[in-house]
Design a protein around this ligand. Structure first.
Ligand code: IVH
Length: 687
């Protein structure tokens, strides 16, 4: 093992402390003192050192907040003390009764309350040892939860190190900010997945993800509001506990209020009933807590909930209106979303005329019909949605909502990309509704990399009609750009045209990636470019030929066939070719062994295993590690393993090295290829 210099250990330690401090400034205090660039620089340096000295990596290092692990499951863990839930009420009178009960329980003593917002997320317990993050546990059934540490570690506002070396447990809420909720749902709708009903479901779904990279991409956040065993730290009240939590590194909600009387609590609730939509997270009420811990103890708990606290919920915001009609919107990936056209109605300060119906499964499940009286609610205070039908008010004139048979924009065919999808889509890859997105993909860095052609310019080009498909990019003239009006100067135009010209030379895999064939991303595009000589070759491929290629399954193969079958696709390819866009592959593999499966066993004289495997693959053949009926040839060297016997048993053709060379030569003659056998390199490896 390398000896780690003392200076490195010290630097790593210092970097971690600094990064954790800046996290605290940014995520907890919302008051950063360095720029993002400076922060990134610290992080980069730490990553660099940990890469060089992996022994120094600890689970609480800030570099561990990246995700990428795939978990097998979540371990069950007992809670240190039960995680209780709260009694709740919607009613002012019941709140006054709560206050009376408390006063009676405390023999008329003076009581202060802390009013906190009730965050609509999921509760979590966080354990720390000597100031280091150890474990995060979900509520579960209150006595036993699940260890979701790996996922919770990815939430930036959860400190991995406290600002004091304490051993303690805190509890609070993990939530998903409304913007994030909207972003994820839009993404899901575009992918044809069912949308999350509310941020809490989205949070719960995220925290129980086994793929931690999904969690890392979703910006969850926290508010901590509970310290287990506060008296151990000399803390007497909930109000002090909140300040203490903030001091040692936790994010607390800034809107909590210390109230001297129940009237103040009710005022707080009234204010937030109106103001809740201004927050960037969901709250569903106010939690009222007796401030003094000594008084809390005297009041005690029932089996389910503490007597010293209550949830004072906000009234649900719903209105009744009539569903006049249903229209369809086509999204950028072709997903068709049904939209309710409503009789205009006021809902928490705005007039609502339209509401989301999500998808056709949702309509069916709720049995929503045109002409129905419905309840409309604002999800997250923003997006109105139809939540319920008042079936009692039906008079028989209501009409069923049928999915459109053709795309409402291009009249193209509609359907599901695969049967498990909820959404139906416009299947025409060239539907104008999808054009902007298609152009964005085409010009993106992973595809034709046309610098300077951003979202805004694309929007203007499409809206003005100068670009009607992706190939039109190559026919743009300075005049076309000038027509787009202000903001585009001569120099920009010249630069853009130069970029466009240069992009014609991009390798075939970039072009394929840019076409936006469903299910074909950059990786798949590379596989295709390795297996087809040109775009035409790919366009004419049969389903069988596509499916023979390692890494291409039926779904992808079908999608490719479907794409190239489209007449508009053919037209676009013709236009691209005429414009001089490169269509030849520079990484295509040989054909000599195409479609053949090999297994290699024993020691070879000429090559190492890696060499022969790469050689076979470079000629389009496949190498697998085990023999099956599908194996075409077993190449057998000295001291072969059990694969040899199995090959014999299954009647697989057996070749020695010389016979293999003969086979290659023969097949190369047939395909007209010139094959160079690799030189033997280095010492022979045994296998
Ligand atoms: S205190 C024993 N404070 O509401 C006291 N809970 O049913 C436990 N919640 O499970 C909770 N915001 O997930 C408390 N400021 C807040 C809260 C809050 C949200 C959740 C929590 C709990 C549920 C109550």
């Amino acid at each position: 093992m390398k000896k780690i210099p003392k200076e490195v250990i010290e630097e790593v330690e210092k970097l971690r402390e600094e990064i954790e401090y800046h996290n605290y400034r940014y995520y907890v205090l919302a008051d950063p003192v360095i720029s993002d660039e400076e922060y990134d620089k610290l992080m980069k340096r730490l990553i660099q050192l940990e890469k060089k000295y992996p022994e120094l990596v600890t689970p609480d290092s800030p570099t561990q907040r990246v995700g990428g692990k795939v978990l097998e499951g979540f371990k069950k863990v007992k809670h240190s003390t039960p995680m209780l839930s709260l009694d709740n009420t919607y009613d002012e009178n019941e709140i006054r009764e709560f206050d009376e009960r408390i006063k009676k329980g405390l023999a008329g003593e003076n009581v202060e309350y802390v009013s906190e917002l009730k965050i609509d997320g999921i509760s979590i317990a966080l354990r720390y040892e000597n100031g280091r993050f150890r474990m995060a546990i979900t509520r579960g059934d209150g006595t036993e939860g699940e260890d979701v540490s790996e996922n919770v570690k990815l939430i930036r506002s959860v400190p991995l190190r406290l600002r004091k070396p304490l051993t303690l447990e805190v509890r609070g809420e993990i939530y998903m900010p409304v913007e994030e909720f909207k972003r994820i749902n839009e993404e899901r709708e575009e992918q044809g997945l069912p949308a999350f009903a509310n941020p809490r479901n989205a949070t719960a779904g995220t925290i129980r993800q086994l793929d931690t990279s999904v969690v890392a991409k979703r910006n969850l956040d926290t508010f901590i509001y509970y310290l287990v065993n506060p008296q151990a730290y000399g803390i007497e009240t909930q109000w002090e506990a909140l300040q203490f939590l903030k001091e040692i590194g936790f994010k607390i909600n800034p809107h909590s209020k210390l109230c001297k009387s129940i009237d103040e609590v009710i005022d707080y609730w009234r204010v937030w009933t109106d103001e809740r939509h201004k927050l960037d997270y969901w709250v569903d009420g106010v939690v009222v807590k007796v401030n003094s811990f000594r008084q809390q103890e005297r009041l005690g708990t029932t089996a389910k909930s503490p007597r010293w606290a209550i949830a004072f919920k906000f009234p649900a915001e719903q209105v009744r209106t009539k569903l006049l009609d249903v229209t369809f919107q086509v999204g950028r990936t072709g997903v068709i979303t049904p939209v309710a056209e409503l009789e205009p109605v006021q809902l928490s300060g705005t007039t609502i005329k339209r509401a989301s119906l999500h998808n056709f499964d949702y309509i069916k499940e709720k049995d929503i019909r045109i002409g129905d009286w419905v309840f409309v609610e604002k999800a997250g205070g923003i997006i109105p949605q139809v939540v319920k039908v008042i079936t009692e008010l039906r008079d028989g004139s209501e009409r069923e909502i049928k999915p459109p048979e053709k795309c409402p924009v291009c009249r193209g065919p509609v359907g599901k990309l695969d049967p498990s999808e909820v959404a139906i889509r416009c299947l025409n890859p060239h539907c104008p509704a999808k054009l902007k997105k298609a152009l964005e993909t085409f010009v993106s860095r992973d595809a034709m990399n046309i610098d300077g052609m951003g979202e805004k310019l694309i929007e203007r080009m499409v809206d003005s009609g100068i670009v009607k498909d992706i190939a039109d990019i190559y026919y743009l003239t300075p005049f076309d750009f000038a027509q787009l009006g202000s903001g585009i100067g001569q120099r920009t135009i010249a630069k853009l045209l130069k970029e466009i010209e240069e992009s014609k030379k991009r390798p075939l895999e970039k072009l394929i990636a840019g076409l936006g064939i469903p299910h074909v991303g950059t990786k798949m595009a590379k596989i295709l470019a390795e297996n087809f000589e040109s775009l035409e070759d790919l366009a004419n491929a049969s389903l069988e030929r596509l499916m023979e290629i390692e890494g291409i399954g039926e779904e992808v193969a079908k999608s490719i066939i479907e794409y190239f079958r489209n007449e508009k696709t053919r037209e676009i390819i013709g236009k691209l070719k005429k414009a001089g866009v490169n269509m030849k592959s520079s990484i295509v593999k040989g054909k000599a062994l195409r479609g053949l499966k090999f297994v290699v066993t024993g020691e070879l004289d000429r090559w190492s295993r890696k060499e022969i495997e790469e050689f076979i693959e470079s000629l389009g053949g496949k190498v697998s590690s085990s023999v099956s009926k599908k194996t075409d040839y077993a190449i057998v060297g000295r001291n072969p393993g059990s694969k040899y016997q199995k090959a014999q048993k299954l009647g697989v053709r057996i070749l020695n090295e010389d016979e293999f060379i003969e086979l290659v030569k023969e097949r190369a003659k047939e395909t007209g290829e010139k094959v160079e056998f690799p030189e033997k390199k280095g010492p022979m490896t045994l296998f």
